[in-house]
Ligand binder design. Structure first.
Ligand SMILES: [Zn+2]
Length: 249
């Protein structure tokens, strides 16, 4: 991809915003969601070696391994349940997941302590020192269309402000957990004064909200040298924009 598109930094992308994202040459910016520790261990070293700038989007409730994403919890439970021969259990509610874990004697805190799936504050600081940029990915990764607007705004601004304060950032970017589907115009209007750019993952589409950029989700790939194609990898191909448009009401 680097042969055909020029990798640009978030700061360059923010600069492009001023001109309505008009570029002289095809370029892209890479972002990774979910703030997993493999960003620090594996992804960042590869990107640094290849001189590719990137932005990492973090859930502020999970940073430092304070808590686990409920889907993460559910998959741990599912594994355990399967091992016990109880299949076909679905988890809809976060609370249910915690309750069920108790009955199975599963301690998520122990898991967090042992596995440390998320980036720590120290690792994020180091990533920033290495030249990477960070953004918010909400507090606890909810599906936005299931929240009322007040809660959507709260999840967004609280997570942004946490990162700004903790890491002294002079920019504010946000990526939607799961999808920005069904998020209204008035939400964007409410957050606009406090956010530079937001990111969805609807693929090659334009958005009627000018500061909401749609990214191309990349497939997971097991090959180490192609690690930048994991499910946490999203890239933004400026040149390909303009085929479809998401109109918000
Ligand atoms: Zn995510």
């Amino acid at each position: 991809m680097v042969q055909h598109f020029k990798p640009i930094s978030l700061i360059e992308l923010l600069e492009l915003k001023k001109s309505g994202f008009k570029t002289k040459e095809p370029c892209f910016h890479i972002t990774f969601d979910d703030g997993l520790s493999e960003i620090y261990d594996t992804v960042a070293p590869i990107l640094m070696k290849r001189k590719i700038p990137a932005t990492f989007f973090i859930n502020t409730d999970f940073i430092d391994n304070k808590n686990l994403f409920y889907r993460f919890k559910a998959s741990i439970l599912a594994e355990r349940v399967e091992a016990n021969g109880l299949l076909e259990v679905t988890f809809n509610e976060k609370e249910q997941t915690d309750e069920f874990a108790k009955t199975l004697n599963i301690d998520f805190n122990e898991y967090l302590e042992k596995v440390k799936p998320y980036l720590t504050i120290l690792q994020v600081k180091e990533l920033i020192n290495q030249g990477f940029t960070i953004g918010a990915h909400s507090q606890n990764h909810p599906l936005y269309c299931l929240l009322d607007e007040k809660e959507q705004i709260n999840q967004t601004l609280e997570s942004i402000n946490y990162l700004k304060k903790e890491f002294g950032l002079d920019y504010s970017v946000f990526s939607f957990p799961f999808t920005d589907d069904g998020v209204s115009k008035s939400f964007f209007k409410a957050i606009e004064p406090q956010v530079d750019l937001t990111f969805g993952s609807a693929g090659i589409k334009k958005d009627s909200v000018k500061f909401n950029l749609q990214r191309i989700p990349m497939e997971k790939n097991e090959l180490a040298e192609q690690l930048i194609k994991t499910q946490y990898f999203y890239c933004f191909l400026k040149k390909l924009f303009g085929r479809n448009k998401i109109v918000r009401h």
